[in-house]
Structures are given as structure tokens and as C-alpha cells.
Design a protein around this ligand. Sequence first.
Ligand code: MG
Length: 370
Amino acid sequence: MKITRISAFQIDLPLKEGRYAWSNGNFVEVFDTTIVAVETDAGITGYGEACPLGPAYLPAYAAGVRAGLAQLAPSLIGQDPRQLASINRIMDAAMRGHPYVKSPIDMACWDILGKACGLPIYMLLGGAEQAQVALYRAISQQRPDEMAAKVKAYRNEGYRKFQLKVGGADADEDIARIKACAAMLEAGDILVADANTGWTMHEAARVVNGVRDVDVYIEQPCKSYEECLTIRRRTSLPFVLDEVIDGLPMLLRGLQDGAMDVINLKISKVGGLTKARQIRDLCVAQGVAMTIEDSWGGDIVTAAIAHLARSTPEEFLFSATDFNSYGTKTIAEGAPQRVNGSMTAAERPGLGIAPLAGALGASVLSVGSL
Ligand code: MG
């Protein structure tokens, strides 16, 4: 089987809530996502998606996905998409870094492999460790009372895990946010305060001291790994690392230092499902739980998350994300749908999704044979 054409499509994904805000005043109102279609001479087409959380979150941006794909796609024409290790080595040889550009191609090749052998991707990633995967809901940064009301409302929709966007300009207000939201929870609920690198060390130290008696996880308090490790060593609260865990070398360093209890594993942050699986398996072997998700996305990213999460043992899946429920636009049929705070991966071959007729529009990039 050979790749004959790689096409990309740009789609705007507006938010139901209108705005998603996190640390340092950052926000997004309409997500700019890129869908990739990988066509083959066997008549099978695979789909992938990459959607950065704006340009200020990770070293990734939406137009960069498309620019990178234009650079990368020619090196993949004629390659066998089922040979995921080879595909990844070719991409890494052709372009250093830029994992978020490679992720949708890798995802689409997994979709092709699943369709070619008639199996859902979760089977190819280890099998069904879970029937349903538990989701968290991100609570956009607002006033403490507004965030507490959102926690209550989303709890009524079935979510039991909540990730607060903190890392605001005022540590006192972040402490108030965490306490106000914690007051909405019941036994068994999970609360995470995610600063998204937004605190300086002294602010982080104040917050972890201020909420020391609250049952809350602290996620990525500061920008650098070293700053986070310092705060980790000053708090007894459970600790999550996200932005700085961008591949195996940082995971190995974190394991060596005992720097975290949980990591946030984002598919596009590490370059696709192939590399995310490596990290997932190492975390399972070393006793580190994971939030499995992506930077953002629509139906296709949500399907990929569901397959990786479903093939992860329950005790190591801290949570996952149903990004397609945050937006107003459906782009594919067959994508996971949240029921009572959980979702699952389809039993159909590959990702188990098909783009809706007309949803992709005209391609913005098309590389390959005629
Ligand atoms: Mg995070």
C-alpha cells in the first residue's frame, strides 16, 4: 500500500461558551483546526486532526500546522502508511521537531492501518482495557463565583472531574477560585488547579500553602521544569506536569526526579499516537497516571483520544477530554459522544469516524499524484 495524496482542510470551531480563557490573560474564541486526509492506492483514506490552543500555549500555532504539512507531505508520498515506525522515522528525518505538524499524519496513518486490518485503533494500541473512559471538564478562567457555578452545572451534566484554569494575575484570587470550586464537590469528585505555567515560584508557593487543606491536584504551576520541581518539593498536594512533558527525554527526567504523580499526555504535543503510546506504556510501567488528551480539537482528535484512553488501564487513566462537546460544530460522524461524564472509542475499524459530506470544504493543501 502506498500513500498517493495528502490533503489538508482548515475549519473554524466556535465554542459553545463563547470563550476559553487560561493563565496570563490568554483566551481563544474560535479554534482554528486542521484536518488531514491521507489517500492510498488501496482506496483507503485515513483522517487526522491537529488544533493548537492558540499560538501562546505550546510552541505550536494553527497556520504552522499547514505550513509544516506543505513542507513534510512530499517526503511521504509513495510510503506505506501502515508502517507507522517507518513513517515516523521519515517524518523525523525530513523535519526536526514540530511534533504538532506530524501528529495529524501519524493519526491518519493509524486510521488507515485500522481500516486495512478491520480493527479499531484501540485494539492495535493494546486492546480494550476499559469500556468507558472518564472525562474531566475544563473550567475557563473567570471570577471564583462564576467558576464555581460552572463546576456545579457541569457536575449536573455528569462530569466528576474538574480542571480549573488558574494562573491568574492575583494569587489570592486563584486561592479563592480553588476554594469556591472545591465547595461544590462531593466525595469521589476530582479537582485539579491548572496554572498552565502562569505562576512565578513565589506565587505558586503562596497558592499551594493557601490551599494545603483542600483536596486538589496542582498542575504545571510554573513555566520551567526546574521551577515546577521546586514547588513540587514544597507541597504535599498531588502534582501534575503537562506543558514541560513534551517527549520521552522529559518524561525520563521527571521519573528520575519523582517530579510528578500524573502527567498530561497530549497527542499533538508529542507528535502523534505512535509516540503517545510509547509514553503511555512507560507511564504504566512506572506507575504514573495520565490525563490523555490533546491541545484542542474536534471530532477526529476526540476519537483519537478515545482510542488511546480506552486502551489504557483504568487505574492509570486519570482523565480524558471530549473536546467535541466544547464546540458548536460537528465535522465527522461516528465520533465519541459523552454520556454521564464518560465516552468510549468506536468498535469500527480505524478511528471509526467519517467526515460529514461538505464539512471539510475545499482543501487548502494537496500534495501527491493526480
Ligand atoms: Mg494542563
